[in-house]
Design a protein around this ligand. Structure first.
Ligand code: ADP
Ligand code: MG
Length: 363
């Protein structure tokens, strides 16, 4: 089922009692989450991801705007009647119950005409446990399970009512690095198997990029850009989005446009016919540099880090935002480490130009 936030705004009274100003947590947010897809809401802490999720599940009512599930306006429908499964960051299983009892709990609470037979409940629990591969520890209590196992049980508990929409709020942040990788692949697998429309909240760009059909990059309660992960990475609409995606991050230089060319310091790095003269930010992805003695960009080599498959050359350039920038080049590149003064050419698809005034992308 598709889910729609239509021009939704949510404001809160400030937590700071002295302050009279309202906090705008979600700001005129309009988006259709397509049926059967996994969409990630991605952005830094405090940008409104959780609030957007709680508006979807009905824990919050919008200050303005409407929420639709399919064609039905659910804005005034309470959470328990919306058919959503919700998983939080801290899995919050009931400690005195086994995994099986935890998963079954939402079914036991069904009222009247929705009541299920014991047989049907057991069938559903077995099916949910199979999906998240927790069959072996169904009789264990949370204290006898690892964090990853507990989180799977929490996901099974959200799936057992066969929700139309699955909402996950930073479900992996309490897991260690390896489990995080494993569990995110698991979530992707389950989502593909069930085709449940899934909305996944995270501040981790790597996590969002790796499992999503679509990512929604947010800042200050507003959508910055929506698209397929690779597309947004390759084609960021503004400086914020370009900086938020990619590890190591994009390198930003202070540059300028003069005489229809883009300059970094004294070096001309790109032609830009028809653009007016102005100050700009030039962003270059680390993988966009090619060591080349005739290259357009000069710099001083500071360090070479071995990364296994690749080398990372750290170099100084006065125009770089941090004084230094980082390039990633193949590990078989010959580097004369005595020669401090080096030059790079730049792959045209890896260079972006942003207006200094608006931070919007102009090239
Ligand atoms: P995220 O999940 O992206 O970290 P949140 O949606 O939790 O962000 O919060 C967005 C903004 O709204 C933050 O500035 C936060 O402090 C504020 N906020 C969230 N919930 C409340 C609340 N119940 N009362 C007041 N301010 C809130
Ligand atoms: Mg949050």
């Amino acid at each position: 089922m598709k889910v729609v936030l239509d021009n939704v705004t949510k404001t809160f009274r400030s937590r700071d009692k002295q302050s009279k100003e309202a906090v705008v947590a979600v700001d005129h947010f309009s988006l259709e989450f397509p049926d059967g897809k996994l969409v990630s809401l991605l952005g830094p802490s405090g940008c409104g991801k959780s609030t957007a999720l709680y508006l979807l599940c009905g824990l919050y009512k919008p200050t303005e705007g409407r929420v639709f599930f399919g064609d039905e306006d659910v804005t005034d429908i309470p959470p328990e009647s919306r058919g959503v499964g919700l998983v939080f960051q801290n899995y919050a299983l009931y400690p005195h119950m086994t995994a099986r009892q935890n998963i079954m709990f939402p079914l036991q609470n069904l009222k009247k005409e929705n009541k299920l037979s014991a047989e049907e409940m057991n069938r559903r629990v077995t099916e949910a446990a199979r999906l998240v591969q927790t069959e072996e520890y169904l009789e264990r209590k949370p204290s006898q399970m690892s964090g990853g196992q507990q989180q799977r049980v929490a996901i099974a508990r959200a799936l057992v009512k066969m929700p139309k929409v699955l909402l996950l709020d930073e479900p992996l942040s309490n897991l260690d690095a390896r489990l995080r990788l494993q569990t995110r692949e698991e979530i992707r697998r389950i989502q593909k198997e069930t085709h449940i429309t899934t909305i996944f909240v995270t501040h981790d760009q790597d996590e969002a990029m790796s499992i999503s059909d679509l990512i929604v990059v947010m800042k200050n309660g507003k959508i910055q850009q929506t698209g397929e992960p690779q597309k947004v990475y390759d084609d960021p609409c503004n400086l914020f989005v370009s900086k938020f995606l990619g590890v190591p991050p994009i390198n930003i230089f202070n540059g300028s446009i003069k005489e229809e060319k883009v300059w970094i310091g004294e070096d001309c790095v790109l032609d830009c016919p028809d653009l007016p003269e102005q100050e700009v930010y030039v962003g270059i992805r680390p993988e966009g540099f090619v060591l080349d003695q005739n290259g357009c960009l000069g710099c001083q080599m500071k360090a070479v880090e071995v990364m296994g498959r690749d080398l990372s050359v750290i170099a100084h350039n006065d125009a770089a935002e941090t004084g230094q920038f980082r390039s990633i080049i193949p590990s078989d590149t010959a580097i004369d480490k005595e020669n401090e003064s080096i030059r790079f050419s730049i792959k045209p698809s890896k260079i972006y130009v942003f207006s200094k005034e608006t931070e919007e992308r102009i090239l």
